[in-house]
Design a protein around this ligand. Structure first.
Ligand code: COA
Length: 161
């Protein structure tokens, strides 16, 4: 696996606009978070995924308007997708908790972000160091960008041990 970045042509993407209705029929609400959600989302992201995601998600939450969507059933957070979090024009992080995968939530969160990006005037979305290339190929016709690893991540810092 090369973990190259991937490119999504937002202008070419065929959106099916009923993903929110479909999720709602299964009791899952796709929405933008509001202020009171913030601390819970960050704690959840660290617990379910990784500490690295916390900074990126925080950035998406702090953008105005916020650049992420969450999936929620009752009071449970099931997933999140962000853009303009890693860097401007980048999509991700994207994550759905283990026991809620395979129900279309990942696709719906992705579509919500990509639609929001397109309607905001973006032409392309970039998936940074895409881990799940087949998922992005399937849901968004993403194509790999050759020689793009480590790409924008080449200058990330580490704490001295
Ligand atoms: C990748 C992830 C977000 C998918 O979420 P999900 O809710 O299970 O995905 P969906 O149910 O919406 O799947 C949509 C389609 O993609 C397919 N798909 C899901 N995960 C896939 C994967 N890892 N590889 C290939 N295809 C995948 C599904 O089979 C489905 O296809 P279908 O419409 O033909 O049935 C989830 O597995 C996850 O959170 N993984 C860990 C974090 C991660 O890898 N994030 C993305 C890279 S940073």
């Amino acid at each position: 696996m090369t973990n190259n970045d991937m490119l999504i042509k937002l202008y070419d993407l065929e959106f099916s606009y009923d993903f929110m209705d479909q999720q709602e029929k299964m009791g899952v609400v796709i929405r933008k978070p509001i202020g009171p959600d913030q601390s819970l989302i960050l704690a959840w992201a660290e617990q379910q995924f990784s500490a690295k995601w916390v900074g990126e998600i925080q950035r998406a939450l702090n953008n105005s308007p916020c650049s992420c969507f969450i999936a929620q059933r009752d009071s449970l957070l099931l997933g999140i997708a962000c853009y303009d979090a890693t860097a401007l024009g980048y999509f991700g992080p994207l994550g759905v908790i283990d026991n809620s995968r395979g129900l279309g939530i990942g696709r719906s969160l992705t579509m919500a972000c990509l639609l929001n990006m397109r309607l905001s005037g973006y032409g392309y979305a970039i998936v940074g160091m895409a881990g799940n290339t087949d998922f992005y190929r399937k849901v968004a016709n993403a194509v790999e960008i050759p020689n793009s690893n480590p790409g924008i991540y080449q200058s990330t810092m580490k704490l001295k041990s």
